[in-house]
Design a protein around this ligand. Structure first.
Ligand code: SAH
Length: 248
């Protein structure tokens, strides 16, 4: 059955009102209407079986037949901190990160980020990424929509990470591999929060690596091959969630 997103404020007293985008999709693309049933999620964990019953110009509503809290979240919370990449790389990264089970994405403005996102442009881009996260939730059946955080600088991120587990993927790290880190910290990590930092195309600068280390971030390698930025975070998040028992 098709899944649609309706924000909590549009689900009241057993009545669901679809926004115009979802309504258009339901009526014009899928050709569904009064009497048909669809699945709805509100982004906070609830899933609803809804029967469509009101149709009109620019309006589509339905009644809730069943409501259930269905948890498809991971036990540990992995936050992907992604160095801003070029073009539409972030779109793909966010889509994949949501499917895997990442809890939030922090777009990180790095020294070597070619793209500069500031002010209104940054806000608009984050809104778009949030929409991509909702679309990914529809497809992968996640009921809790991960938050796409505002674009952040490393200094502010370090304050936010303070006292929490944090891993920085660093291709020049010679000693510690991600697997060894996870094996020796399994207990500390299970069911907890973990920040995972990935550099942009040009990688992290030595100053950034030093600052992150000073704030308790551990640098790890993914091995001898250099992965593209859009590959590295997805691979690392999968490894982490697998090791912590969250990928089946
Ligand atoms: N421009 C750099 C590579 C950057 S790759 C160079 O050519 O040396 C982009 C990001 O992916 C890096 O900042 C790092 O966070 C991650 N990454 C890629 N391959 C990695 C590896 N083998 N080990 C750890 N991190 C890696």
């Amino acid at each position: 059955m098709h899944r649609f997103f309706v924000s909590g404020e549009n689900i009241r007293a057993g009545r669901v009102v679809f926004d115009s985008g979802e309504a258009r999709h339901i009526e014009r693309v899928l050709r569904l209407g009064a009497g048909d049933s669809v699945m709805v999620f509100d982004g906070s964990g609830y899933e609803y079986l809804v029967r469509l019953n009101e149709q009109g110009r620019d309006r589509l509503a339905g009644e809730v037949i069943e409501k259930a809290y269905i948890d498809r979240e991971t036990a540990s919370s992995v936050y992907l901190v992604q160095g801003l990449g070029k073009g539409d790389k972030m779109d793909t990264i966010i889509q994949k990160a949501v499917e895997i089970g990442v809890k939030a994405v922090y777009p990180l403005a790095c020294e070597r980020s070619v793209v500069r996102l500031e002010g209104d442009k940054a806000v608009k881009r984050v809104e778009r990424w949030q929409e991509i996260a909702v679309e990914a939730c529809k497809q992968c059946r996640r009921n809790v929509v991960p938050e796409i955080k505002p674009v952040i600088e490393l200094t502010a991120l370090c304050q936010e990470m303070h006292g929490k587990c944090a891993l920085m993927l660093y291709e020049k790290e010679q000693e510690l591999g991600i697997s060894n880190y996870l094996k020796s910290n399994e207990r500390e990590l299970a069911g907890k929060e973990l920040f995972l930092l990935v550099g942009p195309e040009g990688g992290f600068s030595p100053t950034e690596v030093e600052m992150a280390r000073q704030h308790g971030c551990t640098t790890v390698t993914l091995g001898s091959r250099i992965l593209r930025t859009e590959t590295a975070g997805i691979v690392a998040a999968s490894i982490i969630l697998y090791e912590l028992g969250d990928l089946g």
